[in-house]
Write a protein that binds this ligand. Structure first.
Ligand code: ASP
Ligand code: MG
Length: 475
C-alpha cells in the first residue's frame, strides 16, 4: 500500500458559527478528502458559545441564575437554526437536536449546582466550558454526514489524556498517543473522517479538563503530533497571518510564510492567529502547519516554515510584522534603597504572581533604582496593592520611594527573525518613531532577538503601528 497521507483540519468558532459558515466548512472537508487519504477534523464551539457558557457559570457562582433561560434559548437557537438549515434527514436532525438539548440541560444543572454552592471550582468551570465543543461536534458530525461524507463525531475526552490542572491542562503525550491511534486509526482505515472536539480532554479518571482558552488550535497540534499527521491546517476567518492589524493599516498584507519563532512572538504579543502552545508539538514532530480562511478557501493563507536556510540565513524580510497589545499599564517600583539589594525583583514578581497576573514585558534600568513592567490595565489596582503590601517595610523606611502605575499604554512589538543577523534594526525602529513624533516610554528586546517591544501612550498606538509598518514595506 502506498504511503497514506494524513491531514488535520481545525475549524475555529466563526468557521462553524452559522449555517453559512458550515456550508463552507463542509465544502472544505469534501475537497480535502479528495486530496488526502486520511482526514481528521477538530472543531471549536460555535462563536460566542464558550463565553456565554462561562458567563453563565460566573453568574451562578454569585447565586444568580435568572439569566439561565436566556442563555438556554440562545444556545438552542444558534445550534438548532444550523441543524434545521443543513440536516435534511429528519431522523438525524431530531437526534442531533436531542443530543445538543441534553447538553444544554446539563448546563442548567451545573449552573444550579454552582449557585447552590455559591462557588465554581476550576473543575466545574471546565465541565461547563466543555459543553460548547460537545454541542458543535454533534452538529458538525451530523451536517457532514448529511452532506454524504462519511464521518463520525467523537468527543476528545475519549483520547486526549491530561493532568488535572483544570482550565489549563497539560496533555500526557504517551497515553494520548496510544488512545488517539487506537480510536482514530480504525475509523480512518475505513475511510471515515473522525470529527472531534478541540479544547477539551480528560484526566485518566475521566474528569473533563480544558487546555486553556483558545485551546482548540493546540488540540489540533496534539492530535497531529501523536498520530502523526503530515499537515495541520487551522481554518479561521482571516487570510492567515498579516503584517499588522488591517483595521489600523489598510495596506497590511498576508504573510505567505512565517517561521516558528516569529509566530510564537506574534501569538504572544497580541496577534490572535494561533494559540501559542500549538507551535511546540508540530515543531517537535516536524509537521507542516498552515493558517487559512474558511470564508476565502482558495487563498493560500500562511505557511509555517522552519525558516533557517542551511547556511544559517533567515528567509524573507528583516521585519515581518508589527502588533499592538492595548490596555496595559506600566508599573514602576523605584527607590534608591533598592540599589544592590538582592531579591527585590524576586519579591516583586512573587507579589505580582500571587494576584494571578501574567506579565508580558519587563525592563530594568542598570542603575537598579527601578523595576518596570506591564500588566493588563484592569489588573493594575490589584497588582499595586499587592506590591504595596509586599514592600510595606521598605516603603516605610524610604528604601522604596514609590510604586505607581501609568495611565493606559500599548505594547508595540516588531517581529522578524532576520533582525538577529541584521545590525541597526533597533536604530531604524527608534529613528522612525522619533521622526513620526511617537514617544517611547519603555523598551524590551527578547533575548532571542526575534522581536523588539516598546511601550507607547495609548493615544500613540495607531501612529506607532503605522510608522513601523512602513519599515516592513521598506525593508
Ligand atoms: N471554544 C474555546 C474558546 O473559546 C476553544 C477555542 O475556540 O479554541 O476558548
Ligand atoms: Mg481560536
Amino acid at each position: 500500500m502506498p504511503e497514506q497521507k494524513t491531514l488535520i483540519m481545525k475549524f475555529g468558532g466563526t468557521s462553524v458559527g452559522s449555517a453559512e459558515a458550515l456550508v463552507s466548512a463542509i465544502q472544505i472537508i469534501r475537497d480535502a478528502k479528495k486530496d488526502w487519504d486520511r482526514v481528521v477534523v477538530v472543531t471549536s464551539a460555535m462563536s460566542g458559545v464558550t463565553n456565554l457558557l462561562l458567563d453563565s457559570a460566573a453568574s451562578a457562582s454569585h447565586g444568580k441564575v435568572d439569566s439561565l433561560p436566556a442563555a438556554e434559548s440562545a444556545l438552542r437557537e444558534k445550534h438548532f437554526a444550523a441543524a434545521d438549515a443543513l440536516i435534511k434527514n429528519e431522523k438525524l436532525r431530531e437526534q442531533t437536536k436531542a443530543e445538543i438539548n441534553a447538553l444544554i440541560l446539563s448546563l442548567v444543572d451545573l449552573c444550579k449546582a454552582i449557585a447552590v454552592l455559591g462557588e465554581a471550582s476550576p473543575r466545574a468551570m471546565d465541565a461547563v466550558a466543555s459543553l460548547g465543543e460537545r454541542m458543535s461536534v454533534y452538529l458538525l458530525g451530523a451536517v457532514v454526514n448529511d452532506a454524504g461524507i462519511k464521518a463520525k463525531a467523537i468527543v476528545s475526552t475519549e483520547f486526549v489524556v491530561t493532568n488535572a490542572h483544570y482550565q489549563n491542562a497539560h496533555p500526557d503525550f504517551k497515553a494520548t498517543t496510544e488512545k488517539t491511534r487506537g480510536l482514530l486509526n480504525p475509523l480512518m482505515d475505513e475511510g471515515i473522517i473522525p470529527i472531534t472536539t478541540g479544547f477539551i480532554g480528560a484526566t485518566p479518571e475521566g474528569a473533563i479538563t480544558t487546555l486553556g482558552r483558545g485551546g482548540s488550535d493546540y488540540s489540533a497540534a496534539i492530535i497531529g503530533a501523536v498520530l502523526p499527521a503530515d499537515d495541520v491546517w487551522i481554518w479561521t476567518d482571516v487570510d492567515g497571518v498579516m503584517t499588522t492589524d488591517p483595521r489600523i493599516v489598510p495596506e497590511a498584507v498576508t504573510l505567505p510564510e512565517i517561521n516558528y519563532s516569529e509566530i510564537a512572538e506574534l501569538a504572544y504579543y497580541g496577534a490572535k492567529v494561533l494559540h501559542p502552545k500549538t507551535i511546540r508539538p508540530v515543531l517537535d514532530a516536524g509537521i507542516g502547519l498552515r493558517i487559512c480562511n474558511t470564508f476565502n478557501p482558495s487563498h493560500p493563507g500562511t505557511r509555517l516554515i522552519a525558516g533557517v536556510k542551511s547556511n544559517g540565513k533567515v528567509e524573507g524580510k528583516v521585519i515581518k510584522a508589527v502588533t499592538a497589545i492595548r490596555k496595559q499599564r506600566l508599573i514602576t517600583i523605584e527607590g534608591r534603597g533598592m540599589l544592590g539589594v538582592p531579591g527585590v525583583a524576586a519579591r516583586a514578581f512573587g507579589a505580582v504572581a500571587s494576584t494571578g497576573t501574567s506579565v508580558p514585558l519587563i525592563t530594568q534600568a542598570s542603575s537598579e533604582q527601578s523595576i518596570c513592567f506591564a500588566v493588563p490595565s484592569e489588573l493594575a489596582p490589584t497588582v499595586l496593592s499587592s506590591l504595596e503590601k509586599a514592600f510595606a517595610a521598605e516603603i516605610e523606611d524610604d528604601d522604596i520611594d514609590r510604586v505607581w502605575a501609568t495611565e493606559d499604554v500599548s505594547i508595540i512589538t516588531v517581529v522578524g527573525a532576520g533582525m538577529r543577523h541584521t545590525p541597526g534594526v533597533s536604530g531604524r525602529v527608534f529613528s522612525k518613531l522619533g521622526n513620526d513624533g511617537v514617544n517611547v516610554l519603555a523598551i524590551a528586546q527578547g533575548s532571542s532577538e526575534v522581536s523588539i517591544s516598546l511601550v507607547v501612550d495609548a493615544v500613540d498606538t495607531e501612529n506607532a503601528v503605522k510608522a513601523l509598518h512602513e519599515l516592513i514595506v521598506a525593508s
